[in-house]
Design a protein around this ligand. Structure first.
Ligand code: GLN
Length: 238
């Protein structure tokens, strides 16, 4: 078995080393004897969505988001088809905001990909700090770091989780992220997947099941170090 992971615009959308999430996915596949192929796409490259199994859209500053948004128009309809056919996407912070219809920054409106019914507006001050959330998908909490000026409104969509500590989508500290089909959008940056192996395996399993058209259960790994990292990070949020 093998998976192809596409990294969109790594030169522009790679805040806090979001690309480390790809290394984590590759390692966890390889440890189970599954091959992984990583393809990076720069601005203006054509993207063969039908050849991709997982797409990572990382975080970027407001300036970088503006640079990317023009390009998004050219890939929107293929990307939408990929999502509606249950393609797996992990979109982080700026990338998460770009999944929606727009990001309103003062008088300026940055159009998004319109893949998930959500929108973002810039609020007063930035929401910064360690964060822990509880998702209905897993028993183990998801933990990470957030730093965003945008507040994201996910309309009727499912969130990724409920905020245990931190801010999440908006100032009211209620919910974090979005989960639509096989798309996960989240404000959690940096080593999201290394310290949340349950989330990483969830994405890998969905991608393998879609590609091979059958239920797949991933061989368990020794995650004791990852679980300790997750617990350590949770404790830092209190
Ligand atoms: N520009 C966005 C914001 O500040 C996203 C920043 C990021 O990816 N950290 O809301």
């Amino acid at each position: 078995m093998n998976l192809t992971i596409g990294h969109l615009y790594p030169d522009l959308l790679n805040l806090y080393g979001d690309r480390g999430n790809i290394r984590c996915m590759v390692k966890r596949l390889n440890w189970r004897g599954i091959d992984a192929n990583v393809r990076e796409f720069q601005l203006h490259d054509s993207i063969p969505f039908q050849e991709l199994d997982i797409i990572l859209l990382g975080g970027g500053s407001d300036r970088e988001q503006k640079l990317v948004c023009e390009e998004l128009k050219t890939i929107q309809s293929d990307f939408r088809q990929y999502v509606e056919q249950d393609g797996v996407v992990i979109a982080i912070c700026g990338g998460y905001q770009l999944l929606g219809s727009y990001y309103q920054m003062g008088d300026e409106k940055v159009p998004g990909l319109n893949l998930v019914d959500l929108y973002t507006t810039q609020g007063e001050g930035r929401l910064i700090g360690n964060i822990t959330i509880q998702s209905d998908l897993f028993e183990m909490p998801i933990t990470g770091f957030e730093n965003h000026g945008g507040r994201t409104y996910i309309q009727g969509n499912q969130p990724l989780g409920k905020v245990v500590h931190g801010f999440g989508n908006t100032d009211d500290r209620s919910y974090e992220g979005v989960h639509y089909r096989n798309v996960i959008g989240t404000y959690l940056h940096g080593p999201l997947l290394p310290k949340n192996p349950h989330l990483c395996d969830y994405l890998l399993q969905k991608a393998l099941e879609r590609k091979y058209g059958k239920p797949i259960s991933l061989e368990p790994l020794d995650d004791s170090a990852e679980i300790r990292a997750n617990q350590y990070a949770q404790n830092r949020t209190y």
